[in-house]
Ligand binder design. Structure first.
Ligand SMILES: NC(=O)C1=CN([C@@H]2O[C@H](COP(=O)(O)OP(=O)(O)OC[C@H]3O[C@@H](n4cnc5c(N)ncnc54)[C@H](OP(=O)(O)O)[C@@H]3O)[C@@H](O)[C@H]2O)C=CC1
Ligand SMILES: Nc1nc2c(ncn2[C@@H]2O[C@H](COP(=O)(O)O)[C@@H](O)[C@H]2O)c(=O)[nH]1
Length: 316
């Protein structure tokens, strides 16, 4: 029997009685690890989405962020953020260069508050080794492991010592993993299964198309949401600005694309152009308004209201 699974676009949320006088009374802040952040959504740790300036901007606004892991001087980055009293949140891989970065941070006496172990399928022996290494080197850091897509994988990463897991395989806008390997799970099913399986927070990663998808991910049990394409078209986005036929675009490419890797080897990502949309401030304000509205429809005053919301599918 082949199972049917659901994506964000396949479901809607059922409204409850609103108890606030204004949407502005709804609190969108979220406790995540040792800190509280203004919103439960943040940009993907991709070279075409964030750079040091983007990370600093998000940290200053009280939003969470994670710096990507591609040719980054982590010692300089962590020092830069912490010397300004900002949260330091970095990414690591599983290869020798990442072990060297751990040693460099230790030698410099630096401890990032948040570390994200970032590989396509973190349910693997190489990730298990790196997670053990990171837990030993930085027991005080909040360790996010990802990505995974099943309850069993989520449980294993929790058992290996992750403080949070990132869920979502092959659901991203510039992903070609599902085309090239055949593997993928839709996000509603992925997030619901992973969140039900573990006690630690789950980050829903990839596949956000509409702002309301963020509320849907939280209803499925996610604590945080990571999005790439949604944050890719702005002045502050890391991708290059290009002009074609008098129209402006920003480049957005996958971390496993030829453009990121510098070679066509094990390519599982592509490059696209996203419409240029100006300054990012307008998006951040609109995301906040939209999530405040979601909380009001959920019949509460804060994000906890979303946990009790009924989800339905509509036949197409
Ligand atoms: N969320 C998602 O769905 C996906 C995200 N990505 C993103 O792309 C980037 C690159 O990802 P990734 O390829 O994992 O990392 P890397 O290319 O950095 O690979 C990390 C190491 O793991 C090994 N490795 C990677 N995949 C496999 C595999 N399937 N089987 C055995 N060994 C493997 C690689 O060896 P070798 O190359 O020799 O196999 C390499 O030594 C990451 O930032 C990741 O988040 C990529 C695909 C899907
Ligand atoms: N299969 C691939 N997935 C990738 C790649 N680079 C990043 N990603 C994942 O996509 C999300 C962003 O998705 P979006 O729908 O919000 O744009 C990102 O956070 C990664 O998990 C890649 O090269 N291949």
């Amino acid at each position: 029997m082949i199972k049917t699974e659901l994506n964000y676009g396949d479901v809607y949320l059922v409204p409850k009685k609103t108890i606030v006088d204004s949407r502005k009374d709804c609190d969108t802040s979220v406790a995540f690890g040792p800190r509280r952040f203004a919103m439960p959504v943040y940009p993907s740790n991709m070279k075409s989405v964030v750079n040091e300036e983007t990370c600093e901007l998000f940290a200053r606004q009280g939003w969470f962020y994670t710096m990507h892991r591609f040719n980054v001087d982590v010692v300089a980055f962590v020092r830069r953020m912490q010397s300004q009293g900002l949260v330091a949140s970095i990414s690591m891989g599983v290869n020798e260069d990442s072990y060297q970065q751990v040693a460099d941070l230790k030698a410099a006496g630096l401890t990032p508050e948040y570390i994200t172990l970032d590989i396509a399928n973190a349910w693997c022996v190489k990730a298990e080794r790196m997670i053990a290494h990171l837990k030993e080197a930085f027991p005080q850091s909040f360790l996010i492991g990802g990505n995974v897509a099943t309850a069993e994988a989520a449980r294993e990463l929790e058992a290996w010592g992750c403080d949070a897991i990132k869920a979502g395989i092959a659901g991203g806008r510039v992903c070609i993993t599902k085309n090239k390997t055949g593997f993928h799970r839709p996000m509603i099913s992925t997030v619901s299964d992973c969140a039900a399986a573990v006690k630690i927070p789950v980050i829903a990663d990839g596949g956000i198309v509409e702002h309301g998808d963020i509320a849907k991910a939280l209803v499925c049990g996610a604590t945080m949401v990571m999005a790439g394409s949604m944050f890719a078209g702005f002045d502050e986005s890391a991708g290059d600005l290009v002009e074609i036929g008098g129209k402006l675009y920003k480049e957005y490419f996958g971390s496993a694309s030829q453009f990121n890797k510098g070679a066509y080897v094990n390519v599982e990502g592509k490059k696209i152009l996203v419409e240029y949309k100006g300054a990012i401030g307008k998006l951040l304000a609109e995301l906040t308004e939209d999530l405040q509205s979601s909380v009001s429809y959920a019949g509460g005053r804060d994000l906890s209201a979303l946990r009790g919301v009924e989800m339905i599918t509509v036949p197409r």
